[in-house]
Design a binder for this molecule. Sequence first.
Ligand code: SF4
Length: 370
Amino acid sequence: MRLSYSALNTYQICPLKYKFQYVNKIRTPKSKEAVFGTLIHSTLNFVHKPAILQPSLEQALDHFSKNWNSDVFEDELEERSAFSQGVEIIRRYYKDNDIAKINIVALESPFQIKLGEHIASGIIDRIDRTEDGYEIIDYKTSKKMPTQERIDNDLQLSIYLKAFLDRYPEEKKRLDKIKVSLYFVKHGVKLSSIRTEEQLQKVEDAFLEAIESIEKSSFEPVLNPLCDWCDFQDKCPMQKHKFKEKRKIDTKEINKAIEEYIEAKNDAKSIRTKIAELQKVISEYMDQEGVERVFSDAGIIARTTRQTFSFDEKKLKEILEPLGKWDKVNKVNLVQLKSLLTTLPSPTKKEIENTKRLDRESKSFSVKKK
Ligand code: SF4
């Protein structure tokens, strides 16, 4: 399989989105965020293109404005805000960087590397020669910045470093001199890291694990913070009902059922609160009077004490195992297993995953009020 990092990233965010985009290859018009990101990338590429004189800030802004695409914006206000954000990014970039002094090795450099039987591909935004080594940089136009820990374990940067070392194998001896960085241009912040030999060896495993998961996947939708910007909302079972009016289907009956359901859930919640309040009043009365049952014309209320116990597992095992009954009570604690899984090495995790079987499936409703 041939997989780019952006395809892998899409799969990790939502398998169904990956399927729409990379398996079914459904074409969608580029979103305004994507158009904006592409133009920022192309402007920074223009800034660093080899030339006798590097472009001035004015020339960079001129490139940005000449390639601006108004068509993707819904209104003038939105367009103006995006444009000034772009101008601000470029100004800050010039303020924070001495363009003429940056020693560029490669710009927008495509790569393909073999990992196992598969191919990882991508484009590295920029590779610099630094005083004592190299720096591999990927520009990000997103607002959200990850933690340093995420950067230290970021698979994209590790794959880019592998691709770099594939091109410059002699640099493998000087890993500590190669920085990998994500440059968040909206904030003017560059988060950098280096990789150890040991970390690099794990990249192939992580990539192959991801491929295996894709090959076995049933491509379920996973709701995530980026859903509102997803181009496939009208095809996704988690979102397409939002567009029901456009599909010209009769929605009267279902709208009524949704409203009634939400109302009933609200009533149930306030009834539960009311019951808890009354239970407290009655229980206090019972304590005061030393009774466990109270009587009125409406009926009788009785109080019972429920106790929960836990057992000493080791001792219980010693008693039940010789009788051949231990297996009958020793059920796996799924909550504990889930948190244990995050601490186990990959092969063990995989082995445990393979023992998983579906026993029962049920559907439940959750309500998110507008
Ligand atoms: S709308 Fe959200 S859940 Fe649906 S495909 Fe897109 S990203 Fe996945």
